[in-house]
Design a binder for this molecule. Structure first.
Ligand SMILES: Cc1ncc(COP(=O)(O)O)c(C=O)c1O
Length: 396
């Protein structure tokens, strides 16, 4: 099938919810992707922070094969070794005690919101239901997570929206302190806003927010759907500042491309759930759980958190070199680990397209932010090639 034929069938058969890039990917290996004509691309996006171990990992293929032959899915009516083994491994990487497994980031956040409300009603015995998020945040596309998302354009035309959500200005602790009231169940933030353009919250803000949540007796919740699992140079981004959230979530990288999400809770917060209070058919099916277990093993064995920190620092030094060379074109270089952004001083659509034509896959957010979330196994050489290509484009 040619690209044009595929594009036409896509618009004929698939609901038009996506503004797609002018490219069809047919194959991936490591940090390389190939289009229908076999043209090679360097993948600096990893399926938006998903394929953190790179494409077509032989170890994962082996795990999939083995597990598929043994057991794929039986439902959560039964005890299963794979899910328990994964939960044990994951809780050992952080301060949480318990996990609820699901299938996506939105579902993980939905679980967090439900747990916060239910904890308040059934454990704290308070009529507290409100979730406060930050402007510019992104928490998913279900009705609740879309409403929690602090960007009004995502919920346009979907009214009436669920009640009990509020967004306050990014990085403004006073605004948060003023917003928290007796009706507040929890605060949900991203340590670094992803969709919002790779915007990190300061250490001062994060520590202040944690303290504020403690003082006001509301749950401190962190969305690590994009930042989690070694992306920012720690296994979890919140560990950079020694934060201890009551609840946090992840999804994208958990099974390296197979759909899986997780919500983590302290033993205290987890009391808000009891049998029948929340569920999902596919959560931690044996196949997904076995793959995610292998992902965690590889991340820990290869210390991908340290690698992300080192390679990410190197990438930032390359990008800062470009900023020094083109101060009128690059406004800012920012990020942590391999969650990186180059903010341009002007609309970036042409630059993004020129990079694509030269064989580099990345994402443009907010119209002028080149966002990079490469596989954590990316070679420094690939980043040098990217910087060289961007240099050539900015020079012309
Ligand atoms: C921080 C964050 N939370 C939640 C989500 C939603 O995840 P999903 O698309 O898997 O539902 C995303 C997706 O981009 C995200 O970046």
């Amino acid at each position: 099938m040619t690209f044009d034929e595929l594009k036409e069938k896509d618009s004929q058969y698939i609901c038009s919810t996506y503004g797609r890039y002018p490219l069809a990917i047919s194959r991936g290996e490591g940090c390389r992707l190939y289009d229908l004509d076999g043209k090679e691309y360097i993948d600096l996006l990893a399926g938006i922070a998903v394929v953190n171990l790179g494409h077509s990992r032989p170890e994962l293929l082996e795990t999939i094969n083995e597990q598929y032959k043994k057991l794929v899915h039986v439902s959560n009516l039964f005890y299963q070794e794979e899910g328990v083994a994964l939960a044990e491994k994951l809780t050992a990487t952080c301060g949480a005690d318990k996990v609820f497994f699901c299938n996506s980031g939105a579902e993980a956040n939905e679980a967090a919101i439900k747990l916060a409300r239910r904890y308040m009603r059934t454990v704290a015995e308070r009529d507290a239901y409100e979730i406060i998020t930050l402007e510019g945040s992104f928490h998913g596309r279900t009705m609740a997570t879309m409403t929690a998302t602090g960007q009004a354009h995502f919920s346009k035309h979907y009214q009436p929206l669920p009640r009990g959500f509020k967004s306050v200005p990014f990085g403004d602790l006073e605004a948060m302190a003023n917003a928290i009231g007796p009706q507040t169940a929890g605060v949900l933030i991203e340590v670094i806003q992803g969709e919002g353009g790779i915007r990190p919250l300061s250490e001062e803000y994060l520590l202040g927010l944690e303290q504020l949540c403690l003082e006001r007796d509301v749950l401190f919740m962190i969305d690590e759907v994009q930042t989690g699992m070694c992306r920012t140079g720690k296994f979890w981004a919140h560990q950079e500042f020694g934060l201890a959230p009551d609840i946090f979530t992840t999804a994208k990288p958990l099974a390296n491309g197979l759909p899986m999400g997780a919500m983590f809770a302290t033993i205290e917060a987890a009391q808000g759930f009891e049998p029948g209070s929340h569920a999902t058919t596919f959560g931690a099916g044996a196949l997904m759980a076995a793959v995610a277990s292998k992902v965690v093993d590889i991340m820990l064995e290869d210390d991908l958190a340290a690698r992300a920190a080192e390679v990410g620092d190197y990438a930032q030094s390359l990008f800062r070199g470009l900023q020094d060379k083109y101060p009128s074109k690059i406004a800012e270089v920012r990020g942590r680990g391999l969650m990186l952004a180059i903010e341009l001083t002007h609309d970036g659509a042409d630059i993004w397209k020129a990079l694509l034509d030269k064989g580099f896959i990345l994402n443009l957010t907010k119209g002028n932010v080149l966002r990079m979330l490469p596989p954590l196994v990316i070679e420094k050489r690939d980043l040098e090639l990217f910087a060289l290509a961007l240099d050539g484009i900015l020079a012309s």
